[in-house]
Design a protein around this ligand. Structure first.
Ligand code: NAP
Length: 282
C-alpha cells in the first residue's frame, strides 16, 4: 500500500525559530532593545504551567526576553483586565500571551480584549481575527498560522482545493478555515452537529482535524492523495486522525506528535519579534 509523505513540523519549527533568533539578535543590535513577550498565567493548572514554561524557555533560546506575570486562581476579570491593560501600556513589552483556558469565573473575551492589538502575538483579539480574515497586516492565531506554514513548506497550494476543517473553535478551527479561504480554498466547516462527517471528509483535498477526539477521522474516509493536517492532541500522544489507516491513503500527513504542535510556539516567537520591530519602528 502507498504510504503518505510525513510533514515534519519539528524540523520546520526548528528552522523558523533559528530565523527568528537571528531577527531578534539583529533587532537588539540595531535598537538596543530586546524583544519582550509577557506571559500571563491565572492559577496553577499543571498543563498551563507546563505550556507557559515551554514558551518562556523557547523565548530564551531565541534571544527574546520574557516577563512572567502569575496571578492567583481567585483573580477577578477586573483584576486580570487591569493587569493586561498595564502590559498593553508598557513600552518595554512587545507581545502579550494570556494562557488559556482560565478559571470558569473569568470572562475570557473581556480579558483577551484588554490586550492591545499591536501586542496580540497570540492572535486572540477581535481585531486580530478581523485583520486575519480580511487578509490585512496583523497577527494570526498561532496554531492556524503554523498550519499554513506547514502547507507552504510542502508546496501545498490551497487555491481551488476543497478543504474540510473539522472543529470551529475561536483559536483553531474558525481561523484556520479563514486562512484557507484567504488562500482560495473552498472551505467546509464540520462540527459536533454535522450530520455526516465521513461524507464531508471524503470530498476533501485538504483535511484539518481540530476536534480533541482521539482517532475521530478514519483512514477509510480520506480521499486518496489528500493532505491531512492533524491539530488534535489527546491523551497518549494521539491525534484526531487514525494515523495508521490514514497514512495508507493520504498523500501528505502530519504525525502526532511532531506535526502541527511544534509550529505553534514557533509562530508565537516570530510574531513577537515582528511586533517588537513594528513598535520600535525598525
Ligand atoms: P474545542 O474548543 O474543544 O473545539 C472542538 C471543536 O470540535 C468544536 O468546534 C466541536 O464542535 C468540534 N467537535 C466536537 N466533537 C465533534 C465530533 N464528534 N465531530 C465533529 N466535530 C466535533 O477544541 P480546540 O481548542 O479547538 O482544540 C482542538 C484540538 O486541537 C484539541 O485536541 C487540542 O488539544 C488541539 N490543539 C492543539 C494545538 C497545538 O498547538 N497543536 C493548539 C490548540 C489546540 P462544536 O463547536 O459544535 O462544539
Amino acid at each position: 500500500m502507498p504510504q503518505a509523505r510525513l510533514i515534519d513540523g519539528t524540523s520546520l519549527a526548528r528552522r523558523t525559530v533559528e530565523e527568528t533568533a537571528k531577527k531578534a539578535a539583529d533587532l537588539t543590535d540595531r535598537t538596543g532593545t530586546t524583544p519582550c513577550l509577557a506571559t500571563v498565567l491565572v492559577g496553577a493548572d499543571p498543563a498551563s504551567v507546563t505550556y507557559v514554561r515551554m514558551k518562556r524557555n523557547r523565548c530564551r533560546q531565541a534571544g527574546i526576553e520574557s516577563r512572567h506575570v502569575e496571578l492567583p486562581a481567585t483573580t477577578t476579570t477586573g483584576e486580570l483586565v487591569a493587569a493586561l491593560r498595564a502590559l498593553s501600556d508598557d513600552p518595554a513589552v512587545h507581545g502579550i500571551l494570556l494562557q488559556h483556558p482560565m478559571g470558569g469565573h473569568i470572562d475570557e473575551r473581556a480579558a483577551f480584549e484588554a490586550i492591545a492589538p499591536e501586542k496580540d502575538v497570540d492572535g486572540v483579539t477581535f481585531a486580530s481575527f478581523a485583520t486575519m480574515s480580511f487578509g490585512l497586516p496583523g497577527f494570526v492565531s498561532c496554531t492556524p498560522g503554523g498550519i499554513m506554514r506547514l502547507l507552504d513548506a510542502y508546496d501545498v497550494d490551497p487555491s481551488g482545493k476543497r478543504a474540510v476543517v473539522v472543529g470551529r473553535s475561536a483559536i483553531l478551527g474558525k481561523p484556520v478555515g479563514m486562512l484557507l479561504l484567504g488562500r482560495d480554498a473552498t472551505v467546509t466547516y464540520c462540527h459536533s452537529r454535522t450530520r455526516d462527517l465521513a461524507s464531508a471528509v471524503r470530498e476533501a483535498d485538504i483535511v484539518v482535524a481540530a476536534v480533541g477526539r482521539p482517532r475521530l477521522i478514519r483512514g477509510e474516509d480520506i480521499k486518496p492523495g489528500a493532505v491531512v493536517i492533524d491539530a488534535g492532541y489527546n491523551a497518549g500522544n494521539v491525534g484526531d486522525v487514525d494515523f495508521d489507516s490514514a497514512v495508507e491513503r493520504a498523500g501528505l500527513i502530519t504525525p502526532v506528535p511532531g506535526g502541527v504542535g511544534p509550529m505553534t510556539i514557533a509562530v508565537l516567537l516570530e510574531q513577537t519579534v515582528d511586533a517588537a520591530a513594528r513598535q520600535l519602528g525598525a
